[in-house]
Design a binder for this molecule. Structure first.
Ligand code: ARG
Length: 586
């Protein structure tokens, strides 16, 4: 469905052209004086410079043409050369009725089934999920859902970290604790036990213990590195242990992600890219891109236009080890071979931006991707505590994700009990759902790249720009619709608005497809949050002034019910695209 703004822009363009001006000046924006008009066009001001004429006279000429259009109720030309536009109510109503019948409320499937890989989550095996993993999961999930909704073939890949030193550390620590395990017996030739020699809680305790110990014990660190090397080169016992680690970890990770409504299409791992490395390196050498520098194999990626120093990309260190960048390059090779994506997006901490700059340049320069393949780094900012530093537990440790969720849910529960709108048992039941909504919305309502403050009080408030407020609004609409269930709404269309608030609600509704589409194309889920917040505010104003349930004019009541039902659909749909579920009561 054509975006509403496009109707207006096309009309404006035609009008500028009819007056012999370039069509490009015909562009409308939402009015910044909503008391005067709904949209405005400032094109005459720019055109004035080009055509050396007064902006007001250009605006007047164009306005004369616009006044003939059936789309506008009012066209006003004001000093110094603005064109103020008020839309005809009939156009508003007909557009909204069309939206209500459209399977995606007016959004076109612009994706045409093109494949986009979203690399998000990025947990590391054997390390518990903590708040640092929260943002990538929340943002990635939302972008993936939004892309699917707009007709792209989105492939969310968790890209599990299962290849680094952490594996060597865990195995070394296991060896220290249980040296007699069969995995360490170099003469053992049989098959290894099916059951892992540890549980997930043991595993999660082993890693930090090993990591702390290694920091103060050089021989242990050395051993862990050796084990890592041997494991990466196929040591049988270590590989068998690694497989146990993977299995135990993945089961636990899946449970944790499910808990926050995040799911991946692909559970690929860093290790899956390793088989692509030898051939890739060979090709890069052959083609003359990779060369030896002080024993290391590197590729230059700097460009003459660089403002800052971009160091070369290292493929193989002088000791023969490959690096994080080697794995990421090989992952690109793998993804191109298996999925032929038109774009790969990475949702990773913005502190990794240099790494991705190097990897992308390298992939583009050496032709690992086609010239059309888009590589996008969406670096996110940190969730900070009140002290302005990355969020920590009260005693300064890294907060586990499940503990954070518990804390938020408890706070939501307390609020619901204070508000007394719901029984305690019901509040208990939905507090986690609302808590996760509070957390996700609190995150997504910020620009991706910005750091933000984790403010438990604010996030869980039932008023203001928060998840609970939006959910509360949806639940309110459900309740009105329930009370009016017997009304035969379907026989009537949504009628023209009869007052300002109803008109405002409609004008907000018809921006839906524009907001969603732009929010995807510009990677800005926070704009969806802003939109549903505004939509909720206007709806609540409308609700307070219109007696929907007791309205006696059946046509009017049916029209209103349809209008609020559409409002509810847009809110539910947007929330779903943000990865947020709506409870049936609050
Ligand atoms: N596991 C990595 C980390 O903890 C994040 C992975 C991000 N994705 C990637 N393709 N490098 O930092």
């Amino acid at each position: 469905m054509k975006q509403f703004i496009t109707f207006i822009n096309e009309t404006l363009q035609a009008a500028f052209e009819a007056c012999q001006y370039d069509a490009k000046y015909g562009k409308a924006i939402l009015s910044n004086r909503p008391d005067l008009c709904q949209y405005q066009c400032n094109g005459a001001l720019s055109a004035a410079k080009t055509y050396k004429k007064s902006p007001f006279s250009i605006a007047s000429e164009v306005s004369t043409i616009l006044k003939k259009s059936p789309y506008f109720k009012e066209v006003n030309c004001v000093m110094p050369g603005f064109i103020n536009l008020t839309i005809n109510d009939a156009l508003i109503a007909s557009y909204i009725n069309e939206m209500a019948c459209h399977p995606k409320y007016g959004c076109d499937e612009i994706g045409q089934n093109q494949t986009i890989i979203v690399d998000y989550g990025g947990p590391n095996v054997a390390k518990p999920l903590h708040v640092g993993h929260l943002r990538t999961a929340i943002i990635g999930e939302s972008i993936k859902r939004l892309g699917n909704f707009l007709g792209y073939h989105m492939l969310g890949d968790v890209h599990l970290g299962d290849w680094g030193l952490q594996i060597g550390l865990i195995i070394a620590e296991l060896h220290r604790r249980q040296p007699c395990l069969v995995y360490f017996d170099e003469n053992y030739n049989g098959t290894y036990p099916e059951n892992p020699p540890f549980t997930i809680s043991e595993l999660e305790e082993i890693y930090p213990a090993a990591s702390t110990f290694a920091k103060k014990t050089p021989w242990f660190m050395k051993q862990a590195k050796e084990i890592t090397y041997q494991f990466q080169n196929g040591h049988k016992g270590y590989v068998a242990l690694w497989q146990h680690i993977l299995k135990v970890s993945i089961t636990d990770l899946k449970k944790n992600y499910e808990n926050i409504n995040v799911s991946f299409d692909l559970w690929k791992k860093e290790s899956d890219a390793q088989p692509y490395i030898p051939q890739m390196i060979e090709d890069l050498k052959q083609k003359g891109f990779a060369y030896l520098d002080q024993g290391a194999l590197i590729i230059d990626v700097k460009q003459s236009t660089d403002q800052k120093e971009i160091p070369p990309c290292i493929l193989v260190k002088s000791d023969g080890a490959t690096l994080y960048s080697t794995t990421d390059l090989a992952t690109i090779v793998e993804r191109m071979a298996l999925y032929k994506p038109k774009e790969i997006m990475y949702i990773v901490d913005k502190r990794q931006s240099m790494h991705f700059e190097q990897v992308f340049r390298c992939a583009q320069k050496t032709g690992l991707v086609t010239p059309e393949t888009k590589l996008t780094f969406l670096g996110f900012g940190t969730m900070n505590g009140k002290d302005g530093k990355p969020f920590k537990t009260r005693d300064g440790g890294v907060m586990r994700l499940e503990h954070l969720i518990q804390e938020v849910s408890d706070q939501v529960y307390n609020r619901m009990i204070e508000n007394k709108t719901i029984e305690a048992s019901k509040a208990k039941e939905i507090s986690k759902q609302v808590g996760i909504a509070a957390l996700k919305y609190g995150d997504l309502s910020n620009q991706i790249a910005k750091d933000y403050l984790f403010d438990l009080e604010r996030f869980t408030s039932f008023e203001g720009n928060t998840g609970p407020y939006i959910l509360y609004t949806v639940v309110r609409i459900y309740s009105i619709l329930n009370k009016c269930q017997s009304k035969r709404v379907e026989v009537y269309d949504i009628q023209c608005p009869t007052d300002e608030v109803e008109r405002d609600l409609m004008l907000k509704i018809l921006q839906f497809n524009e907001v969603l589409t732009n929010s995807f194309l510009e990677y800005t889920p926070h704009r969806i949050c802003q939109y549903i917040y505004e939509l909720s505010n206007i709806f609540n104003r409308f609700y307070h002034q219109s007696k929907i349930i007791t309205e006696t004019d059946p046509i009017k009541q049916a029209s209103w019910l349809k209008l609020i039902s559409l409002t509810k659909d847009l809110l539910v749909c947007s929330l779903d695209l943000l990865g947020i579920e709506v409870p049936n009561q609050m």
